[in-house]
Design a protein around this ligand. Sequence first.
Ligand code: GDP
Ligand code: MG
Length: 163
Amino acid sequence: MSNIVAIVGRPNVGKSTLYNRLTETRKAIVDDFSGVTRDRHYGIAEWVGRSFTVIDTGGYVANSEDVFETAIREQVVIAIEEATVILFMVDVTTGITDLDDEIATLLRKGKKPVFIVVNKVDNHALQSDATLFYSLGLGEIYNISSMTGSGTGELLDEMIKCF
Ligand code: GDP
Ligand code: MG
């Protein structure tokens, strides 16, 4: 049984950018079905010779704020059930939003290992802004830039220890 890494978080934090980086040149295993599966993409990734499945959540097709938040919550609940490890992505440029807080609450109740991935830390000056995310109460934070790939190695090194 393959290890499963689910990337969850609000829209626009950079989940798909990280997913694409991790699964680059590898094909998606499962295509679209319906409902919640339509909002999930599965791909294969590899790090230091260990391969694992990555799930990108959220290509949300909701038309109101309420439905939209429900969809995100639903993805988090599924991730808690099926993932080996959850990457909870947040955005250093926006800080912590209400939805981030809500996702954090759900994840704290779940029993799965969670890595807080602070994305868009594109330069050194933003490193200190990222410390704010310790207040989500989910432990260590991992600063990365999905765009440049900076910080992703350290994250993956820690993550595969959960496999
Ligand atoms: P998703 O909605 O969470 O899947 O987010 P996307 O991966 O679609 O990215 C949302 C936006 O953030 C896009 O315009 C990306 O180019 C941008 N983005 C993603 N990662 C980074 C990053 O590390 N730094 C910066 N500055 N922008 C990023
Ligand atoms: Mg996306």
